[in-house]
Structures are given as structure tokens and as C-alpha cells.
Design a protein. Structure first.
Length: 208
């Protein structure tokens, strides 16, 4: 078995084989917009659902906004701000490392999946819908241009649509997406492998 990478327009070359795959964010440049995108990924999820079982079959349930913070009690600050400041201060080291070496060896994946046809799943069902969300005439693109701070749940509620990889990853420009695939030619339960990988890696855009 081997791992093969495809980025941006080369994702169309994904083979029509069964296997597992993982999406990553690898910007071709690392300027203010890309650092902002990285910050949004770091602070995902932006809300948490909490359930507390009480006596007599009562249940307390709440959906709360969350702040992703870094540091001890006295130095605590938003995690995306910490990353932004470090990139600005140490850009000569971090920027080339981020663009050439960080993905996939030192980064958390956006999404992990399995399929009997990598081309169909990765290119047609993930990548193409994401590129469509960047089209100027697309209704979701227009909404996000007018509401740049909207999160995934805001979009789902606004358009009454189901969650998808494309919606969750819409903050990323298609050219900055990398997919790492592992074609698998022998029989086996890919769902079991997918589940183990998801549990170990905790992908940012995963829902299970």
C-alpha cells in the first residue's frame, strides 16, 4: 500500500479504486487571508451541545457557543490569535515548513473517509461541490460574502440543508485542499479501518 497526494486541480486524477482518504489544508501562500482561514479551522467547533440526564427521565440540554483558548489561567487568549502572532513573528521558518512539510505528517486531517470508488467520492462528491460553493452566482457564496463571520450551523439553518464536507470546508479555497489517498486492492472491511482512523485522528470537519 502507498499514500498518494493530489492538490487543487490535480484532484481530478484520483483513481477509480477502493480505499481510504484524508483531506488536509495546505495553502500555496500563507498571508493574512490564509492565516485567518487557519484560525477558523483551529476554532472549530464553534458550539457544543451538552446533555445532562436527571431523575425521572428528565434531561437538561443546551447548545452553547464556545471559545477555543490557549495558555494557563493568567495567559489565556484565543488559540487562533496565538497561532497568528507566532506565524507573523516566525514567518521565515513557519511559512516554508507549512507549505512543504507540515501536511500530512504534522497536521490533523480535515476529514477521513473510505469508499469503493475514490474518484467518485473524493472528486465528484467532495471536491466538485466545494468548488461550486465558490462560484460568484452561488447562493451560499453570496451569503458568506455578506456574512463573513457566519459559521457552518448558520449556513445550514439559513438554507435548510444537511451537513456536508463541502459546507464544512467552504472556508478553504479549493486550490489549497490536499487529499491523501491509500488505494486498497485486497478484501477487508474498510468501514472498520475508517472508524479506527477517525477515532485516532479526530478530523476537524468530521461529524460522527
Amino acid at each position: 500500500m502507498e499514500i498518494i497526494e493530489f492538490q487543487g486541480s490535480r484532484i481530478v486524477d484520483t483513481p477509480k479504486q477502493q480505499g481510504v482518504y484524508a483531506w488536509y489544508y495546505r495553502p500555496s501562500v500563507l498571508d493574512n487571508r490564509e492565516v485567518e482561514t487557519l484560525g477558523k479551522l483551529i476554532t472549530t467547533p464553534s458550539s457544543v451541545k451538552t446533555e445532562i440526564a436527571m431523575r425521572y427521565d428528565l434531561m437538561w440540554e443546551t447548545n452553547s457557543n464556545v471559545d477555543v483558548l490557549h495558555g494557563g489561567k493568567r495567559k489565556r487568549q484565543p488559540a487562533n490569535k496565538v497561532v497568528s502572532e507566532i506565524i507573523v513573528d516566525e514567518g521565515d521558518l513557519i511559512k516554508p515548513f507549512f507549505k512543504s512539510l507540515m501536511i500530512p505528517y504534522f497536521a490533523k486531517p480535515l476529514y477521513i473517509g473510505q469508499t469503493d470508488n475514490l474518484y467518485r467520492r473524493v472528486y465528484k462528491e467532495h471536491y466538485i461541490p466545494l468548488t461550486e460553493l465558490w462560484e460568484p452566482g452561488d447562493r451560499i457564496n453570496k451569503y458568506l460574502e455578506e456574512h463573513p463571520n457566519a459559521d457552518v450551523q448558520d449556513v445550514l439553518n439559513q438554507f435548510d440543508i444537511n451537513h456536508s464536507f463541502a459546507i464544512n470546508a467552504r472556508v478553504i479555497a479549493p486550490k489549497d485542499l490536499v487529499v491523501c489517498i491509500c488505494p486498497i486492492d485486497f478484501p477487508g472491511n474498510l468501514r472498520d479501518l475508517e472508524q479506527i482512523l477517525q477515532i485516532l485522528a479526530d478530523p476537524i470537519c468530521g461529524r460522527k
